[in-house]
Design a protein around this ligand. Structure first.
Ligand code: DQA
Length: 149
């Protein structure tokens, strides 16, 4: 069974209480449980990880090389700053989908640029927690068409 790493970056551990008018009232634990349920319906396994540290996120991407066939990544604010995380994703050559709860293009200008987008199959943003499930659908279809799931 193909395995997907659901990786969340800085401040996403605060989901549910962090600016709920922007990010919603769903907690990270709820997002991760929904991903696990949805993945099972798609015949996939998920492993979930969150870190507030750029290096830990990079290590998780490196470790994914031997463990996972796909990555769903919400890199939080590192989306807009981290060339290192982009390089890590490009280096491991694992199909990845970028997720943002909010529509980053409808917000401040500094959120419009994503280094992560240069290293992923595609991006889902603006659909709240549902975005993670849409990303799983996209990865499942991609892995199936690539003969990897
Ligand atoms: C975010 C958008 C980022 O700009 C922000 O820094 C986050 C969350 C989102 O999910 O909408 O931390 O990635």
């Amino acid at each position: 069974m193909a395995s997907i790493l659901v990786l969340n970056g800085p401040n996403l551990n605060l989901l549910g209480t962090r600016q709920p008018e922007i990010y919603g009232s769903v907690t990270l634990a709820m997002v991760e449980a929904a991903c696990t349920d949805h993945a099972a319906k798609l015949g996939l396994e998920v492993a979930c990880l969150q870190s507030n540290h750029e290096g830990a996120l990079i290590d998780a991407v490196h470790d994914a090389k031997s463990r996972h066939q796909g990555i769903i990544l919400n890199a939080g604010a590192y989306t807009h700053t981290s060339i290192a995380l982009m390089d890590a994703l490009i280096s491991v050559e694992i199909p990845a989908v970028e997720v943002h709860l909010s529509n980053i293009y409808a917000r401040e200008e500094f959120r419009h640029a994503s280094y992560i987008s240069k290293a992923v199959l595609g991006q889902v943003c603006g659909f709240g927690a549902q975005g993670y499930l849409l990303a799983l659908d996209a990865l499942a279809a991609h892995l199936k068409s690539a003969g990897a799931a």
